[in-house]
Design a protein around this ligand. Structure first.
Ligand code: NDP
Ligand code: MG
Length: 382
């Protein structure tokens, strides 16, 4: 029986994961969040995990008092999250934390031999080599939750003998600003950027989708998950979000995975793999869908895709640098402190301060994070 340590349970992916667990009766062994006490309390009462953790110390103390009538052990801090990831009794750790705060818990869970179901793409972008090396060493599977990577993973399951993968084609919805000019982007607001056309997600990834930095993160995520050269990955804008991604073999045959935009399907497959079970997702009716459209991305108006491609080509700490600079710039934009078009400029300028190091440690990634956040704030005038 599959059982799950769920990190980031109060967020968009976390809540949908619990929906999947409720449908199929999976046991939840651990639940974690940052500071959402009330939601976590409700989840604890329903799923009765053995452990729970909140990063925020005061919130954790509040939670402990609220659930004193239950046998759950409440922990605090990032160490509490790491404990749940590694020592929680689930055989799968599903990481849906937002941002590179998810990196250490992922590494700890891998070292404890847990199968990883990974939504937290920043983990692979900031610490790709550390995470994949640890997974190899511990013979641990990293199963993608991100819909594009789940699609690629599913397409590759039918890989014929003696065949070579020639290309990965990542689909992108294009976000709310598809078709806009550079000039028009100068006046967009936070409310405009939060209106995603096809997916309902947490705020950070919704802004990343508007800047297309999300697609850049996904390109780097694909390099690590599927061990491919960055130039083997193409991006195609597909507004309907029905084709979740495609692969191409050496004979030019292209294989795709299709479905409605509903994250419960990739979440479920990461948990049930190598099995498939019925899912609550609506059946795909191609007559109803009608047309599928595909466009070339506008790399000039949305430079974040190339920023990420260049960072993974440079290697070492560059992907971590652009990821961390983006985390800070994304936050400043959400706080109303910078404009939408400042985001890529700040990321590129901050990343120039990265000192490269191919044999980086976890501490080097954290140092890069601190440096990038400081540089972005300085460059933005704060
Ligand atoms: P949300 O913002 O909705 O949820 C984030 C979760 O992480 C919450 O439980 C939050 O707790 C917790 N959290 C926030 N900060 C920290 C921290 N510093 N340390 C530990 N936990 C923290 O995000 P999403 O669910 O949208 O996204 C989660 C991840 O999944 C991201 O990496 C995203 O890119 C990826 N993803 C999301 C998709 C989606 O459809 N939403 C699709 C594909 C990938 P609290 O509530 O207390 O703040
Ligand atoms: Mg995605």
């Amino acid at each position: 029986m599959k059982s799950i340590n769920l990190l980031g349970s109060t967020g968009s992916i976390g809540v949908q994961t619990l929906d999947v667990a409720r449908t199929h009766g999976y046991k939840i062994e651990a639940l974690t969040a940052h500071s959402s006490v009330e939601v976590l309390e409700k989840q604890i009462r329903e799923f009765k995990p053995r452990y729970a953790a909140l990063v925020d110390e005061a919130a954790a103390a509040d939670l402990k008092a609220r659930v004193a009538d239950l046998p759950v052990k409440v922990l605090s801090g990032l160490e509490g999250v790491s404990f749940c990831a590694a020592e929680g009794e689930g055989n799968i750790t599903l990481n849906s934390v937002v941002g590179m705060a998810g990196l250490k818990p992922t590494v700890d869970a891998i070292n404890a031999g847990k199968t990883i179901a990974l939504a937290n793409k920043e983990t692979l972008v900031a610490g790709g080599k550390l995470v994949t090396d640890a997974a190899k060493k511990n013979s641990v599977d990293i199963l993608p939750v991100d819909s594009e990577h789940s699609a690629i993973f599913q397409c590759l399951l039918g890989k014929p003998r003696n065949s070579a993968l020639k290309r990965i084609i990542l689909t992108a919805s294009g976000g709310p600003f598809f078709g806009k000019t550079k000039e028009e982007l100068k006046t967009v607001t936070l409310a405009d950027a939060l209106k995603h056309p096809s997916w309902s997600m947490g705020q950070k990834i919704t802004i990343d989708s508007a800047t297309m930095f999300n697609k850049g993160l996904e390109l780097i995520e694909a390099v690590w998950l599927f061990d491919v050269d960055p130039d083997m990955i193409d991006i195609v804008v597909h507004r309907e979000s029905i084709v979740h991604s495609l692969i191409e073999y050496d004979d030019n045959s292209v294989i795709a995975q299709l479905g409605h935009p509903d994250m419960r399907l990739p979440i479920q497959f990461a948990i049930t793999y190598p099995d498939r079970f019925e899912s609550p997702e609506k059946q795909l009716d191609l007559w109803e869908v009608g047309n599928l459209s595909f466009y070339k991305p506008d790399y000039e108006t949305f430079p974040c895709m190339d920023i990420c491609r260049n960072a993974i080509k440079k290697g070492g700490l560059y992907p971590a640098a652009v990821n961390c600079a983006n985390e800070e710039a994304n936050l400043l934009f959400r706080q109303g402190k910078i404009s939408f078009c400042d985001i890529p400029v700040l990321i590129e300028r901050a990343a120039e301060f990265t000192s490269n190091n191919d044999n980086y440690s976890l501490q080097d990634v954290y140092d890069t994070d601190a440096l990038m956040r400081e540089k972005v704030r300085q460059l933005a005038g704060f």
